[in-house]
Design a protein around this ligand. Structure first.
Ligand SMILES: NC(=O)c1ccc[n+]([C@@H]2O[C@H](COP(=O)([O-])OP(=O)(O)OC[C@H]3O[C@@H](n4cnc5c(N)ncnc54)[C@H](OP(=O)(O)O)[C@@H]3O)[C@@H](O)[C@H]2O)c1
Length: 332
């Protein structure tokens, strides 16, 4: 497929996934976003990856989430996405929200990890080159680094906005007290924090206690990652570990050891609740994250267009009865 053969669906915003303002900002995010952590690297099927990006955009998924080290090998997800951008999506740049991050290990030596000004700025320059972009929409500090003063990390993020290399900034996986400080520093720098990105799914709901209320209090948006617990919250592991699944790959982050008999019992019961709602378990797990407007968007991963198709349907029913919520809570 070349640029000339791809014309996005003209009705992509009509029957789309819907949009919501990110925190108190004017930026609207699609309720479902697509994450490129797995399935877009050099070890993955490039044709399927291209089809997924097209399918997502055709259904109004305007936000693609990346990081410097996504893909196997590191950087390959950005490089492959960059090729798709250049060959197929360059004329749609203004319809897209593209994020990247730095904070985990990326290159050798003392400057390829952590959250120093040196690492963050060098990393964003590399990311822009790999993705064939002049700017990213959101640049994240990927994790809190106890060895770098927060003023230095936040100063680097703010400078990237002031230099036009990022439109907004965000933080990910920050401990509560550090998130509070980061919000204050970014505000003082004149580049308020747009968004907090953290893990949220039926099995992991700690953020409900304090991360979400703090974000709301500060007008910061929230976007959930791993809403399917890397695929556990789907029907794929009900009867063993399928060959092509994340848990079966040597390079994936989901370990076979995480699929314990106790987990299988829970997902079997959750699958029954989903069936009674007329949803697949994956759809119910996504709908559950989206039941509250405090979660502005959910970043789902997918290894095929079929999964993406399944996931987009989740938007059709994000309401839950008290009984359903209670039963899901018991299994979480
Ligand atoms: N900020 C951070 O530190 C951080 C950390 C992790 C993730 N993230 C972001 O969040 C994104 C999503 O994370 P994730 O990939 O862990 O998300 P996830 O949505 O919890 O898991 C995605 C995996 O679930 C399986 N799946 C998806 N839809 C399915 C369906 N309908 N039926 C059956 N299985 C289905 C696929 O696994 P198979 O490959 O087995 O088919 C897919 O690769 C990442 O790409 C990244 O952008 C950020």
């Amino acid at each position: 497929m070349s640029n000339s053969t791809y014309s996005p669906a003209s009705d992509r915003y009509i029957n789309s996934v819907g949009y919501q303002n990110c925190g108190k900002s004017g930026l609207m995010l699609p309720r479902l976003s697509l994450g490129l952590w797995h399935n877009f690297g050099d070890v993955d099927d490039a044709q399927e990856a291209l089809k997924m990006i097209h399918y997502a955009f055709d259904h109004g998924i305007t936000h693609f989430d990346l990081a410097n080290n996504y893909g196997t090998p590191y950087g390959s997800a950005e490089k492959n996405f960059g090729k798709i951008m250049k060959d197929h999506l360059s004329s749609y740049r203004d319809e897209l929200i593209i994020s990247t991050k730095a904070g985990h290990d990326m290159w050798e030596g003392p400057y390829g990890d952590g959250s120093s000004r040196k690492y963050l700025i060098a990393s964003l320059h590399q990311s822009l080159k790999r993705m064939n972009l002049e700017y990213v929409d959101i640049f994240y500090s990927h994790r809190y680094d106890p060895n770098t003063p927060l003023e230095e990390t936040m100063g680097a993020l703010s400078d990237m906005v002031k230099q036009g290399k990022a439109l907004y900034v965000g933080i990910s996986k920050y401990p509560l007290g550090k998130a509070r400080e980061a919000y204050r520093l970014l505000k003082e720098n004149g580049t308020p924090c747009l968004i907090n990105q953290d893990k949220y799914n039926i099995f992991t709901r700690q953020i409900e206690q304090n991360v979400l209320p703090l974000a709301e209090e500060n007008g910061v948006g929230f976007i959930a990652f791993s809403p399917l617990a890397q695929g556990l919250l789907s029907d794929k592991y009900l009867n063993g570990i399928p060959e092509n699944s994340r848990a079966a790959h040597s390079y994936g982050f989901l370990q076979k050891s995480q699929i314990t008999p106790e987990v299988v019992t829970k997902i079997t019961e959750l699958n029954e609740i989903a069936g009674k709602r007329g949803q697949t378990l994956a759809q119910m797990a996504l709908a559950w994250c989206l039941r509250t407007p405090d979660v502005n968007s959910v970043i789902v991963g997918a290894s095929s267009v079929k999964q993406l198709q399944d996931n987009i349907e989740a938007i059709q029913n994000t309401s839950f009865s008290n009984d359903e919520l209670w039963r899901i809570g018991e299994l979480g």
